[in-house]
Design a binder for this molecule. Structure first.
Ligand code: GLN
Length: 290
């Protein structure tokens, strides 16, 4: 009979088969029914025996990881902007790149004052952007829209669990939207249909990833619809592909948009572009160029 392995031995065995160290740690913690951020506990207890039931759970999780399933779906959660969000195959897994968009949106919001600012998160998915904004700015009225009823179930469950109030609703981008927001943020699908990255993303919902042959279809729709739903001086903040900065700036290169700017993500790629809605009939600094 083989001796019960220690936690350290189980970790070493999984890592020696080439699996990512961070992923293996998370899965060992999950098998032990502990939280994913308890790595200090793991180090302190790595000479403990791994109970047989935990070993079985670990084996099945490692099998899913080897089959290419994203870690966040196996553990059922992901950290985003200091929040732990529950995720599953109904939603895109929030990426650290999108934290750049949240940082920027928060910086562009009017300060807390007499009038409550309002934010709309388009294509909210797991609710990541909407919930992060609400957590940072409890004075802001936050709405999250998604075309997938299944995604909204995930977003609503996250809001309930985190105790954050966001109005989540079903919608096709801004069609039928009557309110005017201070800020609209969106991380829409932006991968081109034939993109070579897609085969690596087969576990996530395709409709959250692709948008036409250049990946710009949804960004184009949002830019076209947004002026009617933004207050004068309000901001549109968009996430896009690392090589789509010039194309997105071009979409915003006409009235009523002004102050078009792009920010890079942590990897140094152009990742988000923002533009301000100039007053009706007001001059955009870009109108003259056309
Ligand atoms: N940034 C994601 C990826 O490249 C895609 C997110 C999106 O399409 N909005 O995997």
């Amino acid at each position: 009979m083989t001796a019960t392995p220690t936690i350290a031995q189980a970790l070493a065995r999984a890592q020696s088969s080439g699996l990512n160290r961070h992923a293996v740690r998370c899965l060992v913690l999950q098998a032990l029914e502990r939280e994913p951020d308890e790595t200090a506990w793991l180090l302190a207890h790595d000479q403990d025996a791994l109970p047989a039931a935990a070993a079985l759970r670990l084996e099945s999780a490692l099998r899913r990881l080897r089959a290419g399933e994203p870690l966040a779906y196996i553990t059922g959660s992901v950290a985003f902007y200091g929040l732990r969000l529950r995720v599953d195959a109904r939603v895109l897994i929030p990426r650290p790149d999108t934290e750049t968009l949240v940082d920027w949106a928060l910086a562009l919001l009017p300060p807390a004052g007499r009038v409550r600012p309002s934010v709309l998160d388009l294509g909210t998915g797991s609710g990541a952007i909407a919930l992060a904004v609400r957590q940072a700015r409890p004075d802001v009225r936050v709405t999250g829209v998604d075309a997938s009823a299944e995604a909204l179930e995930v977003a609503c469950a996250n809001a309930r669990r985190l105790g954050l109030m966001v109005d989540f609703r079903l919608g096709d981008w801004l069609i039928g939207e009557t309110a005017r927001y201070n800020l609209i943020a969106a991380n829409p699908p932006y991968i081109a249909e034939g993109d070579p990255h897609l085969p690596g993303l087969t576990h996530e919902p395709l409709r959250a990833l692709t948008a036409g042959d250049q990946g710009l279809d949804d960004l184009r729709r949002i830019v076209a619809q947004a002026p009617g739903c933004l207050q004068t001086g309000g901001w549109l903040v968009l996430e896009h592909g690392f090589d789509q900065g010039p194309a997105v700036r071009a979409l915003l290169d006409s009235a009523p948009w002004s102050q078009v700017q792009t920010r890079r993500d942590l990897a140094g790629h152009e990742r988000c572009t923002a533009a301000q809605r100039a007053p009706d009939g007001g001059q955009s600094e870009f109108t003259a160029k056309k």
